[in-house]
Design a protein around this ligand. Structure first.
Ligand code: ES4
Ligand code: ZN
Length: 338
């Protein structure tokens, strides 16, 4: 349809994409075989019988933690820099095909260093893909280093210091830090020192908050960790004053509609607070989160929002402009995108 064509052609920015979450079941099985990584025995979990069985298991996640169990097993097949490069290049190619002009990509270094893969292996693969994708598709990108909140603050600090020591924040290899994995019971204040140090050093800051956790996780991310963005943030609507504050400060909320449905944060896309955000002037972007796990890439998420809310061209332009303004690229690049 013409609105679909319009959404496809609309210049899009993606701000909430875990590169490890773009690992398809097919590639997962292929890399497990090539790298001789053993997957769980299908007799204990039949989902590991085949890529098709795994794909259908992904349609029945019961919670964030249920998903994370599969997400961490999946990424265990990534071993070499070339594996990370292929994974990221495939994502950039797919994002480009969906009309993405600029992508800000999360990665989870601790999930790799914990199983003996060097931090530099991960980053060299990702940056090789980034350069090749910019040359081949004109897509610009940034990397955001996420800390796993179910691990300790000390563990996060070790990872942070490794990136600092390599000069990755000062040379632009990594644009910012984020916080992901299990939310409830792992509040932002655990990571307050790292965030304070990042702020001091002029490093960009975001955090997943208000996905499964209540509005206080959003408020504490802003007040204690001084985050400039909020990832998911859907439960912030439970606090009216917080909605007003986020609108006034133009804090970007990176929403992931298909993810929220798959992880049962909402029962359908129409239950997301998109109308409320538009009416109250909250800036947000629409993103794919873990597209290989949640049944769609960014354009599928845009289309799902259109199906649920029937937005006008003017509203879509407002959303797309907000996504450009909330990006962490320089003003020159923003001018080209706007
Ligand atoms: C994630 Cl959907 C989601 N939430 C929290 N952490 C994550 N890591 C990857 N996807
Ligand atoms: Zn996420």
């Amino acid at each position: 349809s013409s609105i679909h064509q319009f959404l496809h052609e609309l210049p899009k920015c993606e701000h909430h994409l875990h590169i490890e979450g773009s690992l398809s079941p097919n590639l997962l099985f292929r890399l497990a075989s090539v790298n001789k990584v053993s997957l769980p025995d299908p007799s204990s979990d039949p989902s590991f019988e085949s890529p098709e069985a795994l794909t259908s298991r992904y349609e029945r996640f019961t919670s964030l933690d249920d998903f994370l169990h599969y997400y961490f097993i999946g990424m265990s097949v990534l071993i070499t820099a070339s594996d990370f490069e292929s994974l990221a290049y495939e994502y950039f190619a797919r994002a480009h095909a969906d009309g993405v002009q600029h992508a800000e990509v999360f990665f989870d270094p601790q999930a790799h260093t914990q199983r003996g893969i060097a931090y530099t292996t991960v980053v060299s693969g990702l940056t090789a893909a980034q350069k090749r994708a910019e040359k081949d598709f004109g897509i610009t990108s940034k990397f955001i280093l996420c800390f796993l909140r179910h691990l300790s603050a000390t563990d996060a600090e070790v990872t942070y210091q490794e990136a600092v020591a390599l000069g990755h924040f000062s040379d632009g290899t990594i644009a910012g830090i984020g916080l992901d994995s299990s939310e409830v019971g792992f509040p932002p204040e655990i990571f307050r020192e790292i965030y304070a140090s990042a702020k001091q050093a002029g490093i960009r800051r975001t955090a997943h908050a208000g996905e499964e956790g209540d509005a206080s996780y959003v408020q504490r991310s802003l007040d204690i960790c001084h985050t400039e963005r909020i990832d998911h943030g859907i439960r912030l609507v439970e606090d009216e004053a917080l909605v007003k504050r986020i609108a006034k400060d133009r804090t970007l909320i990176t929403m992931c509609p298909l993810s929220n449905v798959r992880l049962r944060c909402v029962s359908k896309v129409a239950d997301l607070p998109i109308r409320r955000f538009l009416d109250e002037g909250v800036r947000f972007s629409i993103n794919s989160d873990d597209p290989a796990y949640f049944g769609g890439y960014i354009l599928d998420n845009y289309c799902a929002v259109q199906e649920a809310f029937g937005l006008s061209i003017k509203e879509w332009k407002y959303i797309a402009d907000g996504a450009i303004e909330g990006s962490w690229c320089d003003d020159e690049r923003k001018k080209v995108l706007l």
